[in-house]
Write a protein that binds this ligand. Structure first.
Ligand SMILES: [Zn+2]
Ligand SMILES: [Zn+2]
Ligand SMILES: [Zn+2]
Length: 102
């Protein structure tokens, strides 16, 4: 079995940052666009929209600043995703490589 990514395990060792725009995707709010689901960057607290949204700001955020780990910002969802390793985790220390998108 492949070893899990270090970023997800690391992300559970620190308190998550305060969401900068808890009311929605930072860039979409600025442009008046709409989103489908929200993702929270666990490095800086950026809130971005998922890949089902037309602007895909969570992915764009990773590409521009290389913050690897996000978590779902949807109510009741706790899973985390590492862009760098395409790995998902829903329990501390458990990372499973998958082929899904964020
Ligand atoms: Zn990783
Ligand atoms: Zn957006
Ligand atoms: Zn970030």
């Amino acid at each position: 079995m492949k070893e899990g990514c270090p970023h997800l395990a690391e992300s559970y060792r620190f308190a998550e940052p305060k969401p900068k725009t808890p009311q929605g995707c930072e860039e979409c709010l600025a442009t008046g666009d709409q989103w489908v689901h929200l993702r929270l960057c666990l490095t800086c607290g950026h809130v971005g929209c998922c890949d089902d949204s037309k602007n895909k700001h969570a992915t764009k955020h990773f590409r521009s600043v290389q913050h690897p780990v996000i978590r779902s910002f949807e109510p009741g969802e706790t899973w985390r995703w590492c862009f760098a390793d395409s790995a998902v985790a829903d329990l501390p220390g458990v990372a499973v490589p998958v082929s899904a998108h964020p």
